[in-house]
Design a protein around this ligand. Sequence first.
Ligand SMILES: Cc1ncc(COP(=O)(O)O)c(C=O)c1O
Length: 365
Amino acid sequence: MSRQTQAIIHADALLQNFKTLAYTAKQSQSMAVIKADAYGHGAVNVARILQHVSSRFAVAIMEEAVALREAGITAPIVVLEGAHQAKECEMAWQYNCILVMHCTEQLQWMQKCEAHKRPHIWLKVDSGMHRLGFPLEHIAQIVEQHQVLITKETTLVTHFASADDPDNDFTQTQMSAFKKSVASLSMPVSLANSPASVNWPSTQAQWNRLGIGIYGGKVTTAEPSESPDSAHLPHLLPAMTLRSSIIALRDIPANESVGYGQTWRATKPSKIATVAIGYADGYPRHCPNGTPVLIRGQRASLVGRVSMDMITIDVTHINNVSVGDVVELWGENISISEVAQHAGTIDYELMTRISSRVPRIVRYQ
Ligand SMILES: Cc1ncc(COP(=O)(O)O)c(C=O)c1O
């Protein structure tokens, strides 16, 4: 039997999540962010599934846009890091992409590009994240000096540092500073990613850039039970189920250890299942003892270190457990956020790290 390690991609969840988020931002247009192979879900898969609801897509770099074009995706593509070299300006025109330019060097490349081969550009503004973008105080001057590059399409973009935290008013600070510095420009703007769109609806503008939310990842640090405002939180479905199967079972006596470094020791006679997934597949090596999985409808715990190709699970409490049983690592029953918390990371990293060794299988219902 072939190895049963797969990432099931739920097309209906992607569609529903996109529609849910876009519906809560009716005054805006929403585009799906499908950089980093659509956060590990397969960019071509996701673009094909969402192309009738997302009128544009966003990626990080030109190579990602070219791969989508070669797969037949026709919607305009926004390239969030803009051009990494001068020749990408003409490439962007050729491939119907919009470059988000963040520095003067990129604008100089654009000016050298033949006028009829210039792509549309957006301009990135640094409103406080201090990662990319023109300083707030320079943006009006940049626009004035580069009128030859500005079209009706040219949108001013900024990105928030803490939009997932509804209690951190830095989002409000960034938004106010941004709005003040671009007020005189009357150009379209794009502010919200999925956490901002959900937690700070006032950030919804001409274009929202939706990433983690469409994949069903966590968009807020607010706990539904803790937040009186949580009624507004959208119900998002996991778009990926990572699963594998049991390839071996053994009974061990009390006091025996399991795995590299002997980091777990049985306190009583135990049944240990070996599952065909490891850190080479993208299952995090940092997952500690106690990280949950689902087998036969029951939660069970990771025991011992994650190896390159395998993990070990304590299945002592599961009746009739057998070689071949399906194991859910995350998905409909085990939330990816819970696993991320155990691994000391975030949903984004877990999704994007699933390696090419794991086939993505698209399910339509
Ligand atoms: C500039 C930019 N916009 C939008 C997004 C999408 O953000 P999210 O996945 O949090 O919705 C990202 C993701 O990192 C980004 O870098």
